[in-house]
Design a protein around this ligand. Structure first.
Ligand code: C2G
Length: 445
């Protein structure tokens, strides 16, 4: 008897799950299905799981393909189960290709092609909460998005659009998703859009998506003009659509904890914030050659402004910028200075200069030090006058961290969001205004 085993969350049970189990069963005579516990999903960073474990088990049972159902509750269990149940074949969908090759020493490993389209009416009737998401752009960020999307339940990455069809086709082939020859075709296939195209194209793509009734998650900086940000958020509100600016730090657990502690009075009242983010880029990169939309502040300023907007707000009295430019006039280093009525803040961004990427939040009783990479906020300290008086905090930041913004985006779409936006429309609009001011100052030079 050939025994087959497969595992999954099987949340919001859909056609992709059904077809996986159907084909898994055909690989042998006896199929064991491992269903993940909520704890294990939390531990492995699978977010936004909606159905209870019992519901998910019930849905697997209903297919009739499982001869036995076990609970998957920890990493490393697959290896133990294969020996315990004397399994001949381990199988899982192709979105995991390569990730379980280590099991080849113990059994045959088969990756079954994932189901690209789960938009059939049967499915849609059952699960209105599943959002089909399309990606606009095929660059580095879009590439990081795919594996992260696989860690968020209730979402199906349907496909990608890029006006350069050959880029879209290559991307789609690589990630086993669809690509679309036109935006119209793309919009017909999705419920929500993730925009990871160059900064200057964001406005048009967001507007087109909203006008088609699609929710939008757009990479930072969302737009570079205040009036555009206001227009887009008003358009989303009128259409009862969700529009998110994707500054991943805003949505990660550690940053939320940091804000809570900073606001708790642990360091007294906050009087100064210094945020530094540098990342050396190749001098021929888009970021350092696009004379209109490249440069350090446009690329990294959103991250550095985030803690300042969140903790000191929008009512600064004045902001000024100073830059060091490369031979082509682009800022390889920018410092921005914010003067608030009772506080000061500085931003340091550099694509051509390497510095210590710290975030320091200074108060009347102490300060918070977040070492690089503070934008992941997986560790920080509260320090006071007495050097021995240090409180240490840590938080998880899994994968590329895009899963957190995606999970919040989905929660807002499904109306199950627990909290207000972790990045409000007011903050996004203000950051667009500051970007606009920076470009105006740059343009005057
Ligand atoms: N699947 C698929 N097509 C889809 C979606 C999912 O074939 N459109 C497959 C997945 O590849 C997986 C199974 O259905 O083999 C269950 O998917 P999930 O519930 O998302 O489980 P996952 O998080 O992929 O965990 O330890 C758990 C395993 O690693 C799989």
């Amino acid at each position: 008897m050939v025994k087959v085993i497969t595992y999954g969350t099987f949340d919001l049970f859909h056609e992709g799950h059904y077809r996986l189990l159907e084909r898994a069963k055909k690989l042998g005579d006896y199929l064991i299905v491992g269903v993940t516990t909520e704890e294990y999903d939390q531990a492995r960073g699978k977010l936004n799981v909606i159905d209870s474990l019992m519901t998910r088990i019930e849905n697997v049972k209903k297919t009739g393909f499982a001869d036995e159902i076990v609970i998957e509750e920890s990493a490393g269990q697959k290896f133990r189960d294969i020996k315990k149940y004397d399994v001949d074949i381990f199988t899982v969908g192709s979105d995991w290709v390569g990730q379980f090759d280590y099991l080849k020493d113990y059994c045959q490993v088969v990756y079954l092609e994932r189901t690209k389209d789960i938009s059939s009416t049967m499915l849609r009737e059952q699960n209105k909460r599943i959002q089909r998401i399309g990606i606009i752009g095929t660059g580095r960020i879009a590439r990081r998005f795919i594996p992260e999307a696989g860690r968020v339940s209730g979402i199906s990455v349907q496909g990608v659009y890029n006006p350069h069809i050959e880029s879209a086709a290559a991307f789609a082939k690589n990630y086993d998703i669809n690509y679309y020859e036109s935006l119209e075709q793309f919009f017909r296939a999705v419920d929500a859009v993730y925009i990871a195209s160059p900064h200057e194209t964001h406005y048009e793509y967001i507007k087109a998506s909203l006008l088609q009734g699609k929710h939008v998650l757009c990479e930072k900086p969302m737009v570079l003009k205040k009036i555009q940000a206001e227009e887009l958020f008003d358009c989303a509100k009128r259409r009862n659509l969700i529009l998110f600016e994707g500054i991943k730090t805003a949505y990660c657990p550690g940053f939320e904890k940091l804000l809570g502690i900073a606001c708790s009075g642990a360091i007294g009242s906050i009087k100064s914030i210094d945020a530094c983010f540098t990342k050396l880029e190749d001098e021929n990169s888009r970021e350092l050659t696009d004379l209109q939309y490249g440069g350090s502040f446009l690329e990294l300023g959103s991250y550095c402004m985030l803690p300042i907007m969140k903790l000191l707000g929008h009512e600064y009295e004045r902001v000024s910028f100073d830059t060091v430019t490369g031979s082509n006039g682009l800022d390889i280093l920018t410092k921005a200075y914010f003067k608030y009525p009772n506080a000061l803040a500085t931003v340091t961004c550099g694509l051509g200069v390497k510095s210590e990427g710290q975030l320091i939040i200074s108060g009347t009783k102490g300060y918070i030090l977040v070492e690089a990479p503070w934008w992941k906020t997986n560790y920080f300290e509260v320090r006071r006058e007495n050097p021995g008086d240090v409180e240490k905090f840590s938080a998880r930041f899994l994968g590329d961290g895009l899963r957190y913004e995606l999970s919040d985006f989905l929660s807002m779409i499904n109306g199950s969001a627990k909290s207000e936006f972790k990045l409000t429309r007011g903050e996004s609009i203000k950051m667009a205004e500051i970007m606009e001011m920076f470009l105006a100052v740059k343009g005057e030079k």
